[in-house]
Write a protein that binds this ligand. Structure first.
Ligand SMILES: Cc1ncc(COP(=O)(O)OP(=O)(O)O)c(N)n1
Ligand SMILES: Cc1ncsc1CCOP(=O)(O)O
Ligand SMILES: [Mg+2]
Length: 555
């Protein structure tokens, strides 16, 4: 496939990300792990060093915080020239630094995503404090006590906090809840429940989203399952705001996990800087750590670092998403209510896929050769048809679909689609949550599902649909969208992840001016609304798009 200048330039743009953390002379964690990660994921990493540590892969021998003036000078220097698209915070050396950073970031970087890794315990399981105090004779070491830090100054200020199991216990012990944090780790089942309650309490206390890392948990043997609590954040469907989700990856059996927590949080910052919404950035970062652990290595005699393997492109690296029903009133189904699926398989090539609200136009486009087409009649607008007119339109569209031997999808109205024997149904994730999917499976209809990013696409895959729509790619006036446009770089990422598993369909703002760029992302198909509905000659517009797609799209 020929190189595409637009895609290339999007990929080449390196957003600035700051890491505020400690230096690890051993190169496995801290600033060094963060800068490797940020570079590997296409960002320009800047560093604000909070402390210098002397360490190798087996011991920390000295730790020295930077002075308050030096900390402030680094921040001011970067603010003056290298303003960040996202910030990651790792090791903070003392309470004074912590209070200063929380205040400074709030005052100086409003609206910039801040990923806070509340470092108290190293990923190898040794408490940094204990490791440091083993360094006999180092005057600075005894003054540091990372486990005693009170992170409350970040309440409402961080975007996401990423504690591990021990850090959750420490964080919750400072909060008045009926939970004894220190006793996590006794019995598998009750530990897991207690952990979840503790995680909720911590998230509530800080009033932000929280990713509780379960990798160290004793009750997890097969999987590394993290718990993601989304606060009421914008830029995602209301369906998922306030939701709780387990993100489950296979456990990688390696001792070389030094710096995995640092890598995870800096990868989340990198993906957010690249424009991903929070849950997508978390999914991709977890996949990145999984791949890094699988290729980890051991340069010294102790635990080695993760490899840096670039933006994940394999579906098997993405965590599975299982959602927890009770606290999220908006989601009515739980992970256990999955339908019997799979829905009928479709060929990868669906042809250019017009989405129209008018049956006469539908017929025109079928005559022009459309082989996949959708009738999308919304019933929540003032000019909506009444029930009888809606049903009549659907009956007529289904008959036309059969006459022209096309795959005719009915948007939203799945009961009428079943009743009248449509080829398929297209549903958004909100629609799918409320629809009786098992009835659609039983009736043998194909199912297309919408998605708006990695998180939603991975969730949709659990339902084993016939195709997966990826949207919206460019700004659109056809529909009000809760999330930002994905853009071409994200479409490339999504196509690499999902196109091998089922046909993908890009939608949103696609027309003749950008079709070549869209084809270069590797997505299987395109769906269009205005490009045909607003054309002076829709049939000619459809034929031109179909010919251009046929010519450009590498099969
Ligand atoms: C092919 C295709 N992709 C996406 C959509 C959007 O469906 P949904 O998210 O349910 O939004 P509405 O179309 O119902 O407003 C679609 N219809 N077709
Ligand atoms: C229904 C829908 N879902 C995601 S984008 C979109 C509208 C796409 O319309 P257009 O092709 O006119 O931008
Ligand atoms: Mg819908």
């Amino acid at each position: 496939m020929a190189a595409n200048p637009l895609v290339e330039s999007e990929l080449a743009a390196r957003p600035v990300v700051w890491t505020i953390a400690g230096s690890d002379s051993g190169g496995g964690a801290g600033i060094q792990a963060d800068l490797l990660t940020l570079h590997d994921l296409g960002c320009h990493g800047c560093s604000v060093i909070t402390a210098i540590t002397a360490q190798n892969s087996v011991a920390v021998t000295a730790v020295e915080p930077v002075s308050p003036a030096m900390l402030a000078a680094q921040l001011e220097a970067l603010k003056a020239d290298l303003y960040p698209a996202a910030v990651k915070i790792g090791l903070i050396a003392n309470q004074a630094q912590l209070e200063f950073l929380a205040q400074w970031l709030g005052d100086n970087l409003p609206g910039v995503p801040v990923i806070l890794d509340p470092v108290m315990v190293a990923s190898c399981g040794d408490e940094l404090q204990h490791a440091a105090s083993r360094a006999q004779g180092a005057a600075t070491v005894s003054t540091l006590d990372f486990s005693g830090l009170d992170f409350s100054a970040f309440a409402g200020r961080a975007t996401l906090i990423t504690p591990n199991v021990t850090e959750v216990a420490r964080l919750v012990s400072g909060i008045a809840v009926p939970y004894a944090g220190e006793s996590i780790g006794e019995e598998a089942e009750s530990d897991c429940t207690r952990w979840r309650l503790a995680v909720r309490a911590v998230a509530r206390h800080f009033g932000v989203s929280l990713l509780a890392k379960g990798g160290d948990a004793r009750w997890q043997t097969q999987h590394a399952s993290d718990l993601l609590l989304l606060s009421d954040i914008g830029n995602i469907s209301t369906l998922y705001r306030g939701g709780e989700f387990y993100l489950e990856s296979p456990r990688v059996d390696t001792a070389n996990n030094h710096g995995s927590g640092c890598t995870l949080s800096s990868a989340i910052a990198a993906f957010m800087a690249k424009g991903m919404v929070l849950p997508d950035a978390v999914m991709m970062a977890k996949a990145y750590v999984y791949e890094g652990l699988k290729a980890s290595f051991q340069p010294g005699s102790g635990p080695g670092p993760l490899a840096r393997t670039g933006t994940p492109a394999s579906l098997s690296s993405l965590p599975k998403v299982r959602w927890v029903k009770e606290p999220s009133a908006k989601l009515t189904k739980s992970a256990d209510d999955m339908p019997a699926g799979p829905f009928p398989a479709l060929p990868r090539d669906l042809g250019v896929y017009p989405v129209v609200s008018d049956v006469a136009l539908l017929q025109t486009l079928l005559e022009a050769g459309a082989k996949t087409i959708q009738l999308r009649i919304k019933t929540d607008t003032p000019d909506s048809p009444d029930d009888a007119a809606l049903e009549a339109a659907i009956v007529r569209a289904i008959a036309l679909g059969k006459q022209y031997q096309a795959r005719l999808f009915i948007n939203d109205h799945w009961q009428l689609a079943i009743k009248h024997g449509a080829f398929g149904v297209h549903l958004g994730q909100e629609d799918a949550d409320s629809a009786a999917l098992e009835r659609i499976v039983a009736a043998g209809l194909a199912l297309g599902l919408s998605s708006h990013g990695v998180f939603e696409a991975r969730l949709a895959l659990e339902l084993k649909p016939s195709y997966l729509a990826l949207g919206h790619i460019f700004p659109t006036t056809t529909k009000t969208m809760p999330s930002p446009p994905q853009g071409l770089s994200m479409l490339t990422t999504l196509s690499r992840l999902f196109s091998k598993s089922l046909p993908t369909v890009a939608i949103g703002g696609i027309d003749g001016t950008n079709l070549t760029d869209v084809a270069a992302t590797g997505v299987d198909n395109i769906a269009v609304v205005r490009a045909v509905t607003q054309a002076s000659e829709p049939a000619a517009a459809y034929r031109a798009l179909a010919a251009a797609w046929e010519a450009r799209h590498a099969r």
